[in-house]
Design a protein around this ligand. Structure first.
Ligand code: F6P
Length: 551
């Protein structure tokens, strides 16, 4: 099977039809949101209950979006990805994060290699290591039990583990905590290391390439911090061996850093950085929540993969949500997409999704090298409810921009707390239901008048409604449900990229800044000749820095 060449989606019949539908479409959720529409538009994927009914579309738009997917070959590309074809053409790589969560008895051969066997071999070693740390069998060089694990990584080697560590707080082992250093701003390492005991601290250097400036700089800072502070007499090589492990695809570079190859956990070039939290990159999480819960997380990912692979198009949640996003971006003019978890434990989920979606779909050439003539990836952003309600919801309710929003909530709270007789989780969820309702139906001028509002304030107090939302609910935020949620967004991102004909798995757009930072470095430290080569604005900024740094 071969991945189809990218079709220019604008040349399809479905695209032309959607453009026509958008011109005449006048949403009115007050009349269109009937009982049967809700039943029809409420889908199930694993444990996720997904209500699409408050989106701005009708049956005709729905059918035409599915036809668009067919015409551009979204499902053929999905099958090519799952089979291990090299669909990441600009890096000439397979895209197989889904293989990271295949069960041990599955098999998938790529270039003559059974990748499932490889995945489970590393997973077994990582689980055994995690158990040793959790049980106290693995100690620091002075024989003390590990109490803090510090993950050093950035982007995909940081955001997934942090997000999941926060989300799965109830599953963490007591007496063992994780911290995360990502930014090259020395404040990050300074603050994170503050108060830690080197004898009980274990560092995990997580880097796919093991060549990332931030991560290697922070790893060296942490190594120096450790060696400076361990009791006198500790052998440096033994100390690094006991206090540093690594996760990478570049195991030779790990060894060069001084980390014992026995304490290195590999993964493969067919796992993109932002798709890697379920590989050994999740080692800090494995230590925190334990192999059993990590296995549940992987099973959750796999549940969603199977749904995406097998569910018919009309009830295929990632396909439907991805296509709705295309509808909003390309036909209704949306530039952004809000993700609003009504779950404090998901407070890093929007940040995680920013890398997943924007590093994947922030592209303007197709995978055949042709420039696109249509908009691609939207800006993803968000904050947990109800904090967002008191910050930016004003714009979503009454602003001039269309902001489709995903609301995510769980029936069971992580913490059962009462305010007198009031169950605070119920108060919280009432806000979730109220917001999606207010966004959908708004409040007409007549309704506002009927409340007795003075005529001159009626327009300011009117809510237009017809603001689209998707509601995603699950019984509880378990490891499995978290895996399902992450995989859902991975596949939504895939669907959008496939419609747009872009390579969602490269990230060339981050390279130029990295190269220039290396070039500019000497100017920042005082090399006048290099400073003089810079453009006038950069020269002036560096001069300002040097004047003020000296004070
Ligand atoms: O930001 C670019 C990027 O390559 C991301 O895709 C990746 O997740 C991050 O840097 C970190 O890369 P590495 O894991 O190789 O250190």
């Amino acid at each position: 099977m071969t991945a189809p060449d990218p079709a220019d989606p604008t040349t399809t019949a479905a695209w032309a039809r959607l453009a026509g539908l958008a011109e005449t479409y006048e949403p009115d959720l007050r009349t269109s949101l009937t009982q049967s529409w809700v039943e029809h538009q409420t889908l199930r994927a694993g444990d996720l209950h997904v209500d699409l009914s408050k989106n701005l579309f009708d049956d005709g738009i729905d059918t035409t979006l599915l036809r668009l997917a067919e015409e551009v070959g979204v499902l053929a590309r999905r099958d090519a990805m799952l089979a291990g074809e090299r669909i990441n053409v600009t890096e000439d790589r397979a895209v197989l994060h889904t293989a990271l969560r295949l069960p041990a008895d599955a098999s998938l051969t790529v270039d003559g290699q059974d990748v499932v066997a490889d995945v489970h071999e590393v997973l077994g070693r990582a689980y055994a290591f995690a158990e040793r740390v959790r049980s106290g069998d693995w100690t620091g060089v002075t024989g003390k039990r590990i109490e803090t694990v510090v993950n050093i990584g950035i982007g995909g080697s940081d955001l997934g583990p942090v997000m999941a560590y926060e989300a799965l707080e109830p599953y963490r082992q007591e007496g063992l905590s994780c911290r995360f250093i990502s930014n090259i701003d020395p404040t990050d390492a300074g603050q994170t290391l503050s108060g830690l005991d080197p004898e009980t601290t274990l560092f995990i250097v997580s880097s796919k390439t093991f060549g990332t400036l931030e991560t290697l700089t922070n790893a060296r800072l942490c190594r120096a911090w450790l060696l400076d502070r361990l009791p006198a007499g500790a052998d440096p090589a033994a100390a690094v061996a006991q206090h540093f492990v690594a996760v990478s695809t570049a195991l030779d570079k790990v060894a060069d850093f001084g980390i014992d190859p026995d304490n290195a956990f590999g993964f493969w070039d067919w796992v993109g950085g932002r798709y890697s939290m379920d590989s050994a990159i999740g080692l800090s999480l494995m230590v925190a929540i334990g192999p059993e819960h990590f296995a549940d997380l992987l099973a959750g990912f796999h549940t969603m993969d199977e749904h995406f692979r097998t569910a018919p198009p009309a009830s295929n949640v990632p396909l439907r949500m991805g296509l709705l996003n295309v509808w909003y971006v390309n036909f209704l003019g949306a530039h952004t997409h809000a993700v609003l978890p009504y779950a404090q434990l998901l407070h890093r989920f929007p940040a995680y999704l920013q890398q997943l979606t924007m590093e994947s779909n922030g592209k303007s050439v197709r995978w055949d090298g042709e420039a696109v003539t249509y908009d691609t990836g939207e800006v993803f952003w968000g904050e947990p409810g109800t904090n967002g309600q008191h910050a930016f919801y004003q714009l979503i309710h009454q602003g001039t921009r269309l902001v489709p929003a995903d609301f995510i909530a769980f029936a069971q709270p992580a913490y059962e707390l009462k305010d007198g007789d009031t169950d605070v989780h119920e108060l919280f969820l009432a806000n979730f239901f109220a917001q999606t309702k207010a966004l959908a139906f708004g409040s007409t001028a007549d309704e506002v008048r009927a409340e007795g509002v003075a005529e001159e304030l009626v327009s300011a107090r009117t809510f237009p409604g017809n603001r689209p939302t998707t509601s995603i609910m699950a019984p509880a935020l378990t490891p499995s449900v978290l895996g399902q949620l992450v995989a859902l967004y991975e596949h939504i991102t895939f669907v959008q990229g496939a419609v747009w004909g872009i390579d969602s798995f490269d990230q060339w757009g981050v390279e130029l800044g990295k190269v220039l930072a290396q070039e500019i470095g000497p100017a920042v430290t005082g090399d006048a000749a290099v400073a003089a080569e810079q453009d006038p604005s950069t020269q002036s900024l560096i001069a300002y820095y040097r004047e003020n740094r000296a004070r």
